[in-house]
Write a protein that binds this ligand. Structure first.
Ligand SMILES: [Fe+2]
Length: 294
């Protein structure tokens, strides 16, 4: 049965549309209505996949994990101007890096309730291979649009283990470190105490959180490194002006590395786009984190 919209919902939609139009208007104005720049931001840069190489240095990392390769990918938003063919290229590039561990930091498809789920996305993600496993966390778009169950089912079938307010030990011989994942901050039920249950301070702890600004809260816990996405790096960066689109909970830490007390935060620019199908001076990334204790 079709549901009629309330006045408030219509107003909200109108506001959102006018926000997008306004943003688009200022975008075009800033670009000087240059057709070439528009074409570049709409059709070229979103497809310029880059490998961002980062080092995670911490004395608590056990010797067995020297040069251990953790590959992070994030925010694919499949369906919103991001195709399975693009995802397939991502999978090939990740496998080419020969990662030890693969982490997905949320937002698999843009709108889970509108996406045509078939077996294809599973077939693509299943091809990812890492000897120490594949793990993921919920992003706001995974919970949104009634995606909570269907996204988990598809990720389960793809061989990805969900970390929802829980942790696991990543082992090599006698050594191990802690990989933890918290539920989505905006639409889930994050619980840091549960996430870090039975974790000792002497252990190296790598935490996945979709929304980067949560680092200010996570820094109060025994977490060494937080990996996040969600921001899309602002999607559009205008020289001398900055990030044009920063979602809630990604307004303070938009991309790259940050230190908050004893916590190191890394924010991926992610792969796809949402709301506006553009990227400008903000290329999509796969992140290769190499661990070292020296
Ligand atoms: Fe996202």
């Amino acid at each position: 049965m079709e549901r009629t919209c309330s006045r408030k919902e219509i107003d909200m939609r109108m506001n959102r549309r006018s926000f997008i139009k306004r943003t688009l208007g200022s975008l075009l104005a800033l670009f000087g209505l240059s057709g070439g720049t528009y074409y570049y931001a709409r059709y070229m840069e979103p497809d310029m996949l880059t490998i961002q190489e980062e080092t995670i240095r911490n004395v608590k990392i056990p010797d067995s994990f020297q040069n251990f390769k953790v590959v992070q990918f994030s925010d694919t938003h499949v369906g919103f101007h991001y195709s399975l063919e693009q995802l397939e290229k991502v999978v090939d590039r990740i496998n080419g890096l020969e990662p030890d561990l693969i982490l997905f930091t949320g937002d698999l498809v843009d709108k889970p309730n509108a996406y045509e789920w078939d077996g294809r996305i599973v077939e693509v993600l299943k091809k990812l291979h890492a000897p120490n496993g594949k793990f993921w966390i919920y992003g706001n778009h995974d919970h949104g649009g009634y995606g909570t169950d269907v996204v988990k089912k598809k990720m389960d079938q793809s061989g990805f283990k969900l970390l929802k307010n829980e942790n696991t030990a990543i082992k090599k011989g006698q050594d191990s470190f802690i990989l933890a994942g918290v539920d989505d901050i905006m639409l889930g039920k994050p619980d840091m105490a549960k996430t870090l249950e039975e974790v000792y301070e002497r252990e190296f702890v790598l935490l996945m959180v979709h929304e980067p600004d949560y680092a200010d809260h996570a820094a109060a816990y025994p977490v060494d490194v937080q990996l996040s996405g969600h921001s899309h790096g602002g999607q559009i960066q205008i020289p001398f002006i900055g990030y044009l689109v920063t979602p809630p909970h990604a307004e303070k830490y938009v991309e790259g590395r940050h230190t908050i007390g004893g916590l190191e935060l890394y924010v991926s620019r992610g792969l796809g786009t949402t709301r506006l199908p553009y990227r400008f001076l903000c290329k999509p990334e796969i992140t290769l984190h190499t661990l070292t204790n020296s």
